[in-house]
Design a protein. Structure first.
Length: 491
């Protein structure tokens, strides 16, 4: 069968394909860059920064790059390894003596390498930082209250807080905050003039994309979620032009214009498989790509694709997505940024570019992934309907609503305040995180967050022997009542 694309330009149709994919996925704005053999061979923006406004996305538009930040944190650690300030397998407590996890053995044995490979034994624990009022120091202090989910180094659960700890190690050994380190040691030398390490800095820029979420058939602008409390796990904002230079740096084995920023052995460690990734923790795209193995390096997911090793990572935070994908043996890299929550067109464009340069037959990855993720969304909707059907009808709360009010507390989650406002129970977890409790069945309520894109979850009160609530099950934790807010309407 004859080639359908000229060998001189494997991505001659990428512009038209990307434009159609953006429309099919209903993404307000997207930017993509391709690096090949040390050159940026394609970079373009599509759509708008914010729906309802004319300002277009271009290659200089800032987006949240999310967890693609993690590779920068790993590279920062590598630079300190090169300087002899630490080793990959140094114990964390050697550098941060106050660091503590629930298990004393894990506290003692945990290494810097463990922090970067999601194998520390912890579950997700994002409840510690996502839309909380906790400082970065408080997030790391409270992680000692998180129960282990598996034995140290025996499995893999994706973990942001350990990357926050890695950022504190960068600060401790370099003498400067993580955000200053990446600005001076990575952004500056690589040539990433628009990149900023914290979300608060990005919002003061003019050319910045706004996050969007799909509500049924409607796409609307939503609020940004700060990642600054775990900054080194995912707080960088950058343009696709910036990230193209970052890819070029990685594809050139840690060099910029021939000048080495990481020793060869240190750079090699960054992309060396460190731990196996379980199917449950990998991407649904594996149902189509069918990798033989899936691993995690230092800030990079890995899989085999079409006989090549792929190093890649996504970034996802409310209303913003990113993906970086590299085939180092081909000196090929793709970076995609978009401003719609979990717009998996990012994977489609990455694999489309991979196929083009590997000489694979053209495949409509956008169409195939629309079907895959559309099916997953439909399955999720069916599960919700089944939950609705299991609801026990005609039940009532054990108590009057005002009797549920009070402060409920847990060492991990902190304080949660339940109050009665305008005849409805309200739950407030932080200054930015609150919702309404709607009766579900018996003493279980459905919490509907004010930020509708955060969805709903179930909370259950336990009534004590004295006839008043003693505990609240919330966010996977059991919070004990520490104070009762008495309604003063009767006083």
């Amino acid at each position: 069968m004859a080639q359908t694309k000229p060998a001189s330009d494997p991505i001659h149709d990428l512009d038209s394909y990307a434009a159609k994919a953006v429309a099919d996925w209903r993404v307000p704005g997207l930017a993509i860059a391709v690096v090949k053999d040390g050159r940026i061979v394609f970079a373009k923006g599509y759509g708008v920064r914010e729906l309802g406004k004319a300002a277009p996305v271009d290659t200089q538009t800032l987006f949240a790059i999310g967890s693609t930040t993690k590779a920068m944190t790993a590279a920062s650690i590598g630079m300190l390894v090169d300087e002899g300030k630490l080793k990959w397998d140094d114990r964390v407590t050697k550098i941060l003596p106050g660091f503590q996890l629930a298990d004393p053995y894990v506290t003692r044995e945990l290494t810097v390498r463990d922090l970067l490979t999601h194998r520390t034994g912890l579950g997700n624990a994002d409840v510690l930082w996502y839309r909380t009022d906790n400082s970065a120091d408080e997030v790391i202090r409270r992680v000692r209250f998180a129960d282990p989910a598996y034995s140290l180094r025996s499995s893999f659960i994706y973990q942001n807080i350990m990357y926050a700890v890695a950022g504190h190690i960068v600060a401790a050994e370099s003498g400067m905050p993580w955000e200053q380190f990446v600005r001076t040691r990575i952004f500056g030398p690589i040539g990433m003039p628009n990149a900023v390490p914290l979300g608060d800095s990005a919002r003061r820029r003019a050319n910045v994309a706004s996050p969007h979420y799909r509500f049924g058939d409607t796409i609307r602008v939503i609020g940004n979620a700060s990642v600054d409390a775990v900054a080194s796990a995912g707080a960088v904002w950058a343009s696709v032009a910036d990230m193209a230079r970052w890819m070029r740096f990685i594809l050139d084995s840690g060099r910029v214009d021939g000048r080495r920023m990481l020793k060869p052995e240190t750079f090699a460690e960054l992309l060396k498989p460190q731990t196996m990734v379980t199917p449950a923790e990998f991407y649904p795209t594996a149902r189509l790509t069918k990798p033989h193995w899936t691993t995690y390096a230092l800030g990079w997911f890995q899989e085999d694709y079409s006989g090549r090793m792929v190093d890649f990572h996504t970034g996802s935070i409310d209303g913003m997505v990113a993906i970086t994908g590299l085939i180092p043996d081909e000196r090929l890299g793709v970076y995609v940024l978009a401003n719609l929550d979990h717009a998996e067109v990012r994977h489609a464009l990455m694999y489309r570019v991979f196929d083009a340069y590997l000489g694979n037959p053209p495949r409509d990855w956008s169409g195939d992934l629309l079907k895959l993720y559309g099916g997953m969304r439909a399955a999720g909707d069916s599960a919700l309907r089944r939950a609705e059907a299991r609801r026990i009808p005609n039940t009532h709360p054990s108590l009057t609503l005002d009797q549920y009010t009070g402060t409920y507390s847990d060492s991990l989650v902190g304080d949660v305040v339940v109050s009665l406002e305008n005849g409805k129970l309200r739950l407030r977890a932080s200054t930015t995180h609150a919702g309404t409790l709607e009766h579900w069945e018996y003493d279980t309520f459905r919490l509907r967050w004010d930020n509708a894109w955060e969805g709903t979850e179930f909370t259950t009160f336990t009534i004590g022997r004295d006839g008043v609530p003693s505990r609240l099950d919330f966010e996977g934790a059991t919070l004990r009542r520490v104070e009762r807010q008495r309604a003063n309407a009767q006083r």
